[in-house]
Write a protein that binds this ligand. Structure first.
Ligand SMILES: C[S@@+](CC[C@H](N)C(=O)[O-])C[C@H]1O[C@@H](n2cnc3c(N)ncnc32)[C@H](O)[C@@H]1O
Length: 295
């Protein structure tokens, strides 16, 4: 992949356009800019009036995508979507017409051998969206107790063999600390029996759990769900795509319990068969949309 290219294919593109309804003059936040696929689609509808504000925690993604989107009105910002109030303040924007969050990681991050997101390539086990902050997953594996590791793997990965995996990690690090994605994937595969009817790699759930822990993803999503309504004008739309039940549940509960949200999608919207064929990554996507309630 060249420095100014993306391999990421945006999920549910038509549905995002339909629900966020970008029109000339509107200001829409793409809180998870990634490879800029959604931002480009939204920006093209603005016909030169209005702007998309694209935020990503990954500094490399922001730099690359700013180059890719040079021809459309997208302001690219490095930061966390949970800091949206501060980002809007800096840009002198009071409230926006819509917000998109497309959670999780991008195909560009998955393909990057130096990040550790993919366990099919043996890169350093980092797993941070923003490698300039916090600590890499390898350090977490070296530092935490077996109980703490087991809790993370169970809670964030919904992995029933969490205790066995945590014990194996603690055993392994006595001799040789786990430094690469390949080392961890091999260890997990030795601990988890492969069930006959799934193609899922047994390491998937453990990697998901560590990624969530390293990036504090669920706490940040909760913060965002609490802050979002103040950033959106009454009648503005909020569209959130999640890829696993831990995220989807939080979105569902916040939309239901917080009176500043009016639910527009009673059930989550899923990609159709033809999208799943074209873009297998979309398989587990769930989109929920709410409107900012009138004051
Ligand atoms: C699924 S990708 C988004 C892809 C994008 N919609 C596109 O069309 O290319 C998710 C992105 O969210 C970013 N991300 C994850 N947590 C974030 C956060 N708290 N704040 C901002 N960006 C975040 C990741 O770095 C990743 O680039």
């Amino acid at each position: 992949m060249a420095a100014s290219e993306t391999v990421h294919v945006p999920v549910l593109p038509n549905e995002i356009l339909e629900w966020l309804d970008p029109q000339p003059g509107k200001i829409i936040v793409d809180g998870t800019l990634g490879g800029g696929g959604h931002s480009r689609l939204l920006a093209e509808r603005l016909e030169g009036q209005g702007q998309i504000i694209g935020i990503d925690r990954d500094p490399e993604a922001v730099q690359r995508t700013a180059e890719i989107l040079i021809d459309v009105p997208v302001t690219c910002v490095h930061g966390s979507y949970a800091d949206l109030p501060g980002v809007l303040d800096e840009l002198g924007v009071e409230q926006v017409d819509g917000v998109l969050l497309d959670l999780g990681l991008s195909s560009d991050q998955l393909a990057d051998q130096d990040r550790g997101f993919s366990f099919t390539v043996d890169g350093p086990l980092d797993l941070r969206f923003d490698p300039t902050q916090g600590e890499p997953a390898s350090r977490l594996l070296d530092r935490l107790s077996a109980d703490h590791l087991a809790n993370i793997i169970f809670e964030y990965g919904e992995e029933r063999y969490s205790r066995r995996i945590a014990r194996a990690i603690v055993e392994a690090r006595r001799g040789n600390p786990i430094q690469t994605a390949g080392q961890l994937a091999d260890l997990v595969r030795r601990c988890v029996p492969r069930s006959g009817n799934t193609k899922l790699d047994p390491a998937t759930r453990t990697f998901q759990a560590l990624r969530i822990a390293v990036n504090d993803e669920l706490k940040i999503l909760d913060q965002m769900l609490a802050r979002l309504p103040d950033c959106v004008r009454p009648g503005g739309r909020i569209a959130i795509i999640s890829f696993h039940s831990l995220e989807d549940r939080r979105v569902k509960v916040a939309f239901r319990q917080d009176q500043r949200y009016v639910i527009l999608t009673k059930k989550p919207i899923r990609p159709n068969e033809s999208e799943i064929q074209r873009n297998p990554r979309s398989r587990s996507a769930k989109l929920r949309v709410a409107e900012r309630a009138p004051r």
